[in-house]
Design a protein around this ligand. Structure first.
Ligand code: TTP
Ligand code: MG
Length: 344
């Protein structure tokens, strides 16, 4: 059985604005074009959604629903940069990642991965590193994973187990099926179809006669089926983990212990990515007590704990200071490409 995650940022453009200007956190904000230029809303934060403000609504309409709405023009270059950072983090968790839009991606995990745990790690990682939240759907295929990511929004995750699929789809409104727009939904409502369960009850041939290819897609989805693969986009470049210590460390024994504590987490990341240490060239990062950072890499293509011990021992000699953070990573060596960045 496949394990697919769908990751979708919560109120993406608005979340970036709230992160950069915390005064907006609890106020209703929207990104969109001005009312007098007949603008529309791109998105809005959750406080604004309480008033009924939504994507694609005319700004004039949004201001009627919520007169206090703070309208921001938006900064596409900034959102694209944050999107790239999100995708770079996601790439650390799965070998196959398919970005679908600026704020969402599918990931395929190994069948043996603990998918809910990976989802939780992804959510925590993105929130702590980028200051925005995401929601994650976990399911045996793309269709169900996408539906599931919406189920506990914002900042939530929802798992559809293979054994729950039949029951889950039976009650699912047809408008939740990607590809069923308002018009398609209306046509189906006209013949008494409201849920996926209703599709399964009606005569297949008559549905195909009426709707052609669209019906075939509906029949599959109504059974909870979707065999579309996750299309790999771009190669993962590196895997790394970091640990910041509660108290700065200094003694060689403490440094060694810290590395041994981090090692199992690193190995599980490598495994999650369906890679092996023999494909990775090791690198380390040390942040000293005064925040000075140094990195050191070994270009040989194996990452063993001994390699890391040696690299760290060498890196700590660069300054006579206590250590605040240790990072260890492996860079995927593809052919002879040695130009990839280390920590991104
Ligand atoms: P969505 O993921 O659809 O919406 P969202 O992230 O704002 O909110 P949610 O928590 O429900 O996921 O779209 C991602 C971004 O794409 C959104 O922040 C702004 C942009 N967008 C538009 O510009 N116009 C639109 O009509 C929609 C739907 C989105
Ligand atoms: Mg979103």
């Amino acid at each position: 059985m496949r394990q697919i995650l769908h990751v979708d940022c919560d109120c993406f453009f608005a979340a970036v604005e709230m992160r950069d200007q915390p005064k907006y956190q609890h106020l209703p904000i929207a990104i969109g074009g001005a009312k007098d230029r007949r603008g529309v809303i791109s998105t809005c934060n959750y406080p604004a959604r309480k008033y009924g403000v939504r994507s694609a609504l005319a700004t004039s309409q949004a201001l009627k629903l919520c007169p206090n709405l703070i309208l921001l023009p938006g900064d596409m270059a900034k959102y694209k940069a944050v999107s790239k950072e999100v995708m770079d983090i996601l790439r650390q968790y799965a070998f196959s990642i398919e970005p679908v839009s600026i704020d969402e991606a599918f990931l395929e995990l190994a069948p043996t991965s603990n998918a809910p745990l990976v989802a939780k790690q992804i959510r925590e990682h993105i929130e702590s590193q980028l200051g925005i939240t995401v929601s994650v759907g976990i399911a045996p295929n793309k269709f169900l994973a996408k539906v599931a990511s919406d189920w506990r929004k914002p900042n939530g995750q929802f798992l559809i187990e293979p054994s729950d699929v039949t029951e889950f789809v039976a009650r699912l409104p047809i408008k939740r099926i990607p590809g069923v727009g308002p018009k398609g939904a209306q046509k189906l409502n006209d013949i008494g179809i409201y849920t996926c369960g209703d599709i399964n009850k009606i005569n297949k041939e008559s549905l195909i006669q009426r709707f052609g290819k669209f019906a075939q897609m509906l029949l599959l989805r109504a059974q909870g089926e979707d065999d579309r693969p996750v299309a790999i986009s771009g190669q993962r470049k590196s895997i790394s983990i970091e640990r910041t210590f509660a108290q700065d460390i200094n003694a060689p024994d403490d440094i060694q212990q810290a590395l041994e504590d981090m090692w199992p987490t690193f190995l599980s990341r490598v495994e999650q990515a369906r890679l092996s240490c023999t494909q990775l060239a090791p690198f380390v990062k040390i942040k000293f007590a005064d925040f000075q950072v140094t990195t050191l890499a070994n270009h040989h293509k194996t990452a063993s704990i001994e390699d890391y011990k040696a690299l760290i021992a060498q890196a700590v000699l660069r300054a006579d200071k206590a250590i605040r953070l240790i990072g260890i990573g492996g860079r995927l060596v593809v052919g002879d490409d040695r130009q990839l960045p280390l920590f991104n």
